[in-house]
Write a protein that binds this ligand. Structure first.
Ligand code: GLU
Length: 492
């Protein structure tokens, strides 16, 4: 069944800027973006930077730039390298919203939904150890929840460092909510910890800031990774304490390595920036991540953003983890490369052509090279390797692995052709497609060699392969002198 069209949908991507954008984060951002577009809603970018110990310089700028590269534009959010200015619900960086959280956490304390906790790290550590030894769930033992009002006031007056914790009901009730992906979820109160909401440095924790902001920013749907599912019961309770309506939740399945362990750096690249640097196209990467945990319901796999917007629905998100198969991404990227106009491809390939040592100022030659190799390219970082044949280094013809190559080159008729070609090339100023075809014709006439016996050895002598790009293009890329050298190399 088609998901109904909703009014006033507002979603957000709320990353903690850690220095790079994880491919899982890209998927979350993209799903939110697709859903907002699908529903004619609003997509917010909110920077969750309240963990002062994890701040990385330039991380926010990098994140925004990477989203921009991926074609994921937000309707409300921070401006690149400026203070927040877009949208009416800003600021969009949590570190600029501290007063707001203080106000709301105080409200919770006043209404007896939260309390001050003065426990030292050492005490908490001791409690944790004891619980471990007794094989009990590791939770705060609610020591400060039992402090008398006088005791609390006197500690506060004395300026004792403290945090603020939320009160989880001490009964045998449950928190229940319905997740768009996971279905009905019910968690007993006793499984939940008296979560810290405000740290001693005056910064809120993720839970506090996240709920307050989702509410104040009018978020209607929270679409985020499964790792946040265990936090959701606490969030639901906070909505209750504030008497706010909670948003709809949709928790996306985990991304997995090939061996079905959680996707990790140890088994491959996980940063979007890594794929960008290797020359993956943004539209291929977004298409690929869109299919990690969601499917359009048919076999189609190559889907543009426009098509994905049309087809996307929360109902079709899977529960089970999605394997991040790099080979599939490579295949998909190759498909996109072949669909890309050569001109854009040459622009994108510039750094890789440079790395390969080509004169990138020669646009015509670069275009010929890209046209010649794009058929077999999976990502642009393969350019130095697949263009090696065009370098003035001696060709490495593997006649052991492919004896047919050696047999072809050793024929008398082939030698005749190489000698004739080398001589005729010498006489030309440069070899164009037309001069090459004319020369081949006259060599055929002079030597009497024709068909495969004529063309195949030429290809092998020039490229070391029996198949590949059109010969005239190969010859223009190699240039007259290198062609002559490769013919003469065969004459011993
Ligand atoms: N700041 C959290 C993160 O880094 C956001 C989780 C959420 O979307 O609620 O992923």
């Amino acid at each position: 069944m088609e998901e109904p069209q909703l009014k006033g949908v507002k979603v957000r991507f709320a990353p903690s800027p850690t220095g790079f954008l994880h491919v899982g984060g890209l998927r979350t951002a993209y799903y939110n973006y697709l859903y907002a577009k699908k529903q004619g809603g609003t997509f917010v970018l909110r920077i969750e930077d309240t963990d002062q110990t994890r701040l990385v310089k330039g991380a926010v700028e990098n994140l925004i730039e990477t989203l921009h590269w991926a074609g994921i534009e937000y309707d409300e959010g921070p401006e690149l390298s400026k203070k927040d200015s877009r949208g009416e619900n800003g600021p969009y960086r949590q570190s600029e919203r501290l007063d707001i959280y203080t106000e709301y956490v105080n409200q919770l304390v006043e209404n007896d939904y939260a309390y001050h906790c003065f426990c030292s790290q050492e005490r908490l550590e001791k409690v944790r150890k004891q619980q471990q030894e007794m094989n009990r769930r590791s939770q705060y033992d609610k020591h400060c929840r039992k402090l008398s009002k006088e005791e609390r006031m006197s500690r506060l007056d004395a300026g004792m460092p403290h945090v603020i914790r939320m009160k989880i009901p001490e009964d045998d009730g449950t928190v229940e909510f319905s997740d768009k992906v996971r279905g009905e979820v019910a968690i007993p109160h006793e499984n939940l910890d008296d979560q810290i909401l405000m740290k001693s440095d005056g910064f809120p924790t993720y839970h506090m800031a996240n709920v307050v902001d989702d509410h104040l920013m009018g978020i209607t749907h929270v679409i985020r990774g499964e790792e946040w599912l265990p936090s959701t019961p606490k969030h639901i309770l906070l909505y209750e304490y504030f008497d706010w309506e909670p948003p709809v939740f949709a928790h996306l399945p985990l991304l997995l390595n090939e061996d079905r362990s959680k996707l990790s750096k140890r088994q491959g690249d996980v940063a979007v920036e890594d794929y960008r640097e290797k020359g993956y196209l943004p539209e291929a990467l977004t298409n690929f991540v869109a299919l990690l945990g969601w499917s359009p319901g048919d076999d189609e796999e190559i889907l543009s953003t426009k098509e994905l917007i049309r087809k996307f629905s929360l109902d079709r998100i899977n529960k089970s983890g999605a394997v991040f198969n790099v080979e599939k991404l490579q295949w998909m990227n190759g498909m996109y490369i072949r669909e890309t106009e050569t001109d854009r491809l040459v622009d994108l390939a510039q750094p890789f052509l440079e790395e390969a040592g080509f004169d990138t100022g020669n646009r015509r030659k670069m275009t010929l090279i890209i046209d010649a190799v794009k058929e077999n390219l999976r990502y642009l970082a393969e350019i130095p390797e697949v263009t090696e044949v065009f370098q003035p280094t001696p060709l490495n013809i593997d006649t052991e692995a492919e004896p047919e190559l050696g047999e072809m080159l050793a024929k008398d008729s082939s030698k005749q052709v190489f000698a004739a070609l080398a001589d005729q090339f010498e006489e030309q100023e440069e070899i164009t497609k037309d001069t090459f075809m004319a020369i081949m014709k006259s060599v055929q006439k002079d030597t009497g060699v024709k068909g495969k016996d004529l063309w195949m050895p030429v290809r092998i002598a020039l490229t070391g392969e029996m198949h590949g790009p059109e010969l005239p293009a190969v010859i223009e890329i190699l240039g007259k002198d290198l062609c002559i050298k490769r013919f003469r190399d065969q004459l011993g």
